[in-house]
Design a protein around this ligand. Sequence first.
Ligand code: GDP
Length: 295
Amino acid sequence: MLEGLSSSLQKALGKLRSKGKLTESDVQEAMREVRLALLAADVNVKVVRDFVARVRERAVGQDVQKSLTPGQQVIKIVYEELTELMGGTQARIQMAAKPPTVIMLVGLQGAGKTTAIAKLGLAFRQHQHRPLLVAADVYRPAAIDQLHVLGRQVDIPVFDMGTETNPVDIVRNGMAEAERQGADVVLVDTAGRLHIDDALMTELEDMKSTIEPSEVLLVVDAMTGQDAVHVAETFHERLGVTGVILTKLDGDARGGAALTVRAVTGCAIKYVGLGEKIEPLEPFHPDRLASRILG
Ligand code: GDP
């Protein structure tokens, strides 16, 4: 995970670590390498520019902390700014004041939405909730089947009405079913397409305004880098996404999406997908990823 970025940043900063004294040119050189490392990781150009400027400004005007060498202080600043770039603190799920909490998952086909819904169900169950999965992707019968298969695998109930009912009615009936079953969290799988299209967006907008979910979580594939960020921008403009689930981070050596999506869209990453195996979805901790990147 993020091995490429991690090794190039560690290389860029490693030279500073042992230095007792830092000259301005040491900092300049390190910042140049940090900039190249971030660009090679497919981080958005403007995000890189602002990031490096902030680190440089703080590094030059830094308060002297006796416990750290100047080099260690620069590394600490990079760590803090990386954490901030990814949202600072853990962004939590907004639960409904009156259950059930309805969460819509949206995203392009193949991003890992169905997998994420099963994993999210497990994460809620781990916290003593009773989730119900609702299959509202009426365009792909296979998507409904896949959700049933995963639901059985994790022993979480799945509600569907086939492909002939419109998604809003499915969710309404799903809520009634949740009440009947005593489920307090309703996770809605929506239609994905291969590309963003207007019809998909309009339908998701209608669905959102009718069911007023507590969260609209966008599922994006980390391995698609800046494309994932563009997808997030478009979905956010139309839908007002409340958080991102960044999948396939386990296979992403570069980290462009992880480092950019929050800065460009303002949407916090709330969870990350770290494998194909169906395990509870992992909450995203910016500070932990930053320290993992810096080693
Ligand atoms: P959907 O079309 O968005 O519903 O995508 P799926 O949930 O069917 O996932 C597409 C593929 O990505 C499947 O082969 C999943 O096993 C795989 N996948 C999903 N999430 C992850 C993840 O976090 N890591 C890895 N390595 N693979 C994932």
